[in-house]
Design a protein around this ligand. Structure first.
Ligand SMILES: Cc1ncc(COP(=O)(O)O)c(C=O)c1O
Length: 335
């Protein structure tokens, strides 16, 4: 029996969608990560019950941290971007988390920079607050150990390929790291939006809206580049087609980063007949009803989409590019 809703809501489902294609489906992904991070901080004496935990978030981490704070009797303060919607704002308020929402800003880099500046101002006023630093502190890896064990128990003996969008890098990085500990033959495939500097694609932009939660305009220390074998860059339109197909074909209602991951996962499964491919569904489709699902008639057939194989970031092209990363240690030059 769970002792708190955060444990139930955080636990993912493993769904076999097709031969060698498995969906790791979260209701809301970062709850397992935030719970384990807060527990670790309490256990090691870095924070005490009643302390205030602070971070910046564009959405699902805010909810995850608020639930973890509720579970462990902590206070929670969030500097949120304009993507924090009415539903989340209302829940945060009732949960007792305080939210400062930034003015809307089209420039992602500026938006991220302003949020970090605001965090520093708050810390100057309240040096007793603990800044969680979800993008930089690898305490956020810990919660995925149990998820990796569950994948290993359920997926059988076949070699695994893990596919997921890379934001902070904690979910994909942690799953690969923990899965490789007992069985090294695990491939990791990262999914990125165009325009993200994380793997050196800051110079190519997507004319449509950005995929929430993945990619970045600033470097993150939690991304361990040397864990990734392959990278896919996927446009909004292609991710939309993936999300709509995933709902139509497999009845999984998930967000845009999942649609992008699903495309990449199907591709990787086709290339490697001996491997089972597990892709991450980080959130549900509710936040994407107007921007994605209402446009389902525009969605292209995913069978018609093929990634362009590129050997360097200077060759990247919309709508979908794939590159061998070969566990290279840094983002490399965005030539
Ligand atoms: C919808 C969505 N997908 C994927 C991710 C990426 O997860 P991670 O930060 O573990 O790399 C995020 C992170 O915010 C997200 O919000």
């Amino acid at each position: 029996m769970d002792q708190h809703i955060a444990e139930s809501v955080g636990r993912p489902d493993l769904i076999r969608l097709d031969d060698r294609l498995v969906c790791l489906r979260f209701e809301t992904m970062k709850v397992v990560s935030a719970l384990a991070a807060v527990r670790h901080l309490l256990d090691t004496g870095a924070v005490r019950r009643g302390d205030t935990l602070l971070d910046s978030s564009s959405g699902i981490y805010a909810y995850a941290l608020a639930l973890a704070c509720h579970r462990y009797g902590m206070r929670c303060h969030i500097v949120g971007s304009s993507t924090v919607d009415h539903t989340l704002r209302t829940q945060l308020a009732v949960l007792g988390a305080t939210l400062e929402q930034m003015e809307p800003c089209d420039d992602l880099k500026l938006d991220q920079k302003r949020r970090v500046e605001r965090i520093h101002e708050i810390l100057a006023e309240h040096p007793e607050y603990h800044w969680m630093r979800q993008y930089h502190d690898d305490v956020h890896y810990l919660g995925y150990r149990a998820v990796a064990e569950r994948i290993r128990r359920s997926a059988g003996a076949a070699p695994l390929t893990v596919v997921g969008g890379v934001g902070s890098g904690a979910s994909t990085g942690a799953l690969a790291r923990y899965l490789r500990q007992d069985s090294p033959d695990v491939e990791l495939v990262g999914v990125q939006p165009y325009g993200s500097v994380t793997f050196g694609a800051g110079h190519v932009s997507d004319p449509e809206i950005i995929i929430a939660g993945i990619g970045s305009s600033i470097p993150f220390a939690n991304v361990d580049h040397a864990l990734y074998d392959t990278l896919h860059w996927i446009s909004f339109d292609a991710a939309l087609a993936g999300s709509v197909d995933l709902l139509r074909r497999h009845a999984v209602f998930a967000g845009l980063s999942t649609g992008a991951g699903y495309l990449a996962a199907r591709w990787e499964r086709g290339r490697a007949p001996g491997r089972t491919v597990v892709f991450i569904a980080a959130d549900t489709g509710h936040r994407y009803v107007d921007t994605v699902y209402a446009r389902h008639r525009e969605a292209g057939r995913i069978e018609d989409l093929v990634p362009q194989a590129v050997s360097g970031q200077s060759e990247l092209a919309l709508p979908w590019s794939r590159m061998q990363w070969d566990r290279s240690p840094g983002p490399g030059p965005a030539a």
